[in-house]
Design a protein around this ligand. Structure first.
Ligand SMILES: Cc1cc2nc3c(=O)[nH]c(=O)nc-3n(C[C@H](O)[C@H](O)[C@H](O)COP(=O)(O)OP(=O)(O)OC[C@H]3O[C@@H](n4cnc5c(N)ncnc54)[C@H](O)[C@@H]3O)c2cc1C
Length: 455
């Protein structure tokens, strides 16, 4: 008989923690999970899911306009932010309830409260003490805000999902996926949006053509993008208006109704008692783990954003499943972080898998590049000047497709299929041998013939 209360104690009921707990339980382990906010974690409560619902809402503005080119006349359309937030909240509550019920049905003990390690096998939740053979840290991340004067007036994505009203003028600080996605949401819903990003181009780390293309398309839709720009101060006037001191605008100040920081997230490890348990963290606070998600302490594992690797839900889920298999499935299961596809649900969206052109050139030396930019069929009648970009990066020596990128409608849906093939070792010749589906944007991936660059 075990001398511990549980075989596995999971801290954090988000994407990674839930998956690890459910599979562990399924494999016969006695499991408890602690959550100090809402069951579901960032993705369900204030990340992927509500973000995508808001992105759908924003796109209706264009759909209504585009419909005119197809013979529709839609008069008197109006939008209600409170109605959208209420619908979104209903769906989030349903999803959170689904996970909570799942715990009860499968016999996972869900404990509400903030958990903290006292030693490698003991967890405190308030006054309560619980012991476990294994502990999983799945506490996710938290949005960062800089310490500039007036930053308390600024929101992050956490609050953006709960605003009582749609701000008329929004300043978004940052240039990553959350910044570009919220720019598309607020702009689509009718706000005047400015992005202030201190880098050379939005979407750092993505392929340069993707970055330039998205920038152009967002600008065409009315988003103002300030590059090499810094916000140094935020002040609130008597009428509630915010004034940001910012480089890159005439006069050096910008008046707005909301300032949103999307300048990165930090791993949630500050008050977890990791030092007491002997768990090592990196310089940014991320739990250091091996390829089995095992920390520096043999019985303590960590998955998801708290490990500071790839901050995506399917990655956290995959890591959680791997830990369960390693601990209770009898199979030491590593996680493969290569060729992880991802999307940016900007307007238009981005889908990407594998290497950017510059990363491929740096890694492989000789590469071939194929790309096309075109007006999708839909916009021949809608009249909208929105172009789609597709791009392939190919290892010249092996003909393997090492990167596939798309910016345009349905990009995330399209890239998921391409990602399967890339992961399976897709070559350019195999793409050429594939018959397209006409008329689609996706068929461009199998009809790219002309090399636009060869290095
Ligand atoms: C705005 C936004 C949009 C995103 N969009 C996407 C997307 O489109 N696609 C995608 O793949 N990813 C997206 N992500 C990233 C995705 O949400 C995360 O990668 C994912 O949620 C990570 O899962 P996790 O299990 O590591 O942590 P989380 O889901 O963050 O879960 C951690 C949980 O731990 C709890 N917790 C923290 N500390 C304690 C403690 N001491 N005791 C008890 N509980 C604690 C937290 O409350 C939280 O519920 C988005 C993120 C954000 C912020």
């Amino acid at each position: 008989m075990t001398r511990f209360d549980y075989d596995l104690f999971t801290i954090g009921a988000g994407s990674g923690g839930i998956r690890a707990s459910r599979i562990s339980r399924h494999l016969g382990a006695k499991v408890a999970i602690a959550e100090n906010y809402r069951i579901g974690g960032t993705c369900v409560i204030r990340g992927c899911i509500p973000k995508k619902l808001l992105a759908y809402a924003a796109h209706y503005a264009e759909d209504l306009e585009d419909a005119r080119g197809y013979g529709w006349s839609i008069e008197g359309a109006s939008f209600s932010w409170p109605a959208l937030i209420e619908s979104k909240n209903r769906e989030i509550a349903r999803l959170s309830g689904f996970y909570t019920d799942g715990f009860a049905k499968t016999g996972i003990a869900a404990i509400a409260g903030t958990a903290k390690l006292l030693d490698a096998h003991t967890v405190a939740i308030g006054e309560r003490r619980v012991t476990a053979q294994n502990v999983l840290i799945a506490t996710g991340g938290w949005p960062l805000k800089p310490s500039i004067p007036g930053v308390e007036h600024a929101i992050t994505s956490n609050e953006a999902f709960e605003l009582p009203a749609l701000p008329k003028r929004v300043l978004i600080v940052g240039g990553g996926h959350i910044a570009t996605e919220f720019a598309g949401i607020f702009n689509g819903l009718g706000a005047e949006v400015t992005i202030s990003y201190r880098g050379e181009q939005i979407l750092r780390g993505f392929d340069h053509d993707v970055r330039n293309h998205l920038h152009d398309e967002m600008r065409k839709k009315g988003v103002r993008i300030l590059l090499n720009s810094e916000v140094s101060r935020i002040a609130r006037g008597a009428d509630g208006t915010l004034e940001a001191s910012i480089t890159g605008v005439p006069g050096g100040t910008l008046a707005c109704d909301a300032v949103m920081y999307a300048t990165g997230r930090t791993p949630n490890t500050a008050h977890l008692g990791l030092a007491a348990a002997g768990v090592k963290v990196d310089e940014e606070g991320g739990v250091v783990v091996d390829r089995f998600c095992r920390s520096s302490v043999a019985n303590i594992y960590a998955v998801g954003d708290v490990t500071n690797r790839i901050a995506l839900t399917p990655v956290a889920v995959r890591e959680g499943a791997a830990v369960a298999m390693t601990l209770f499935g009898g199979v030491e299961t590593p996680v493969d972080h290569d060729d992880v596809p991802s999307a940016v649900f900007s307007q238009p969206p981005v889908g990407t898998v594998g290497l950017s052109e510059s990363k491929a050139a740096g890694k492989l030396g000789k590469i071939d590049v194929y790309k096309a930019s075109f007006l999708p069929l839909r916009h021949t009648l809608s009249g909208r000047d929105e172009r789609t970009l597709v791009k392939l990066v190919v290892d010249a020596a092996t003909e393997r497709v090492v990167g596939a990128h798309i910016v345009g409608a349905d990009a995330p849906e399209i890239i998921q299929g391409i990602a399967i093939a890339v992961k399976a070792g897709l070559t350019k010749a195999q793409l050429d041998a594939t018959v397209g589906i006409h008329p689609t944007a996706a068929e461009e991936f199998v009809t790219l013939r002309e090399k636009t660059a060869g290095k």
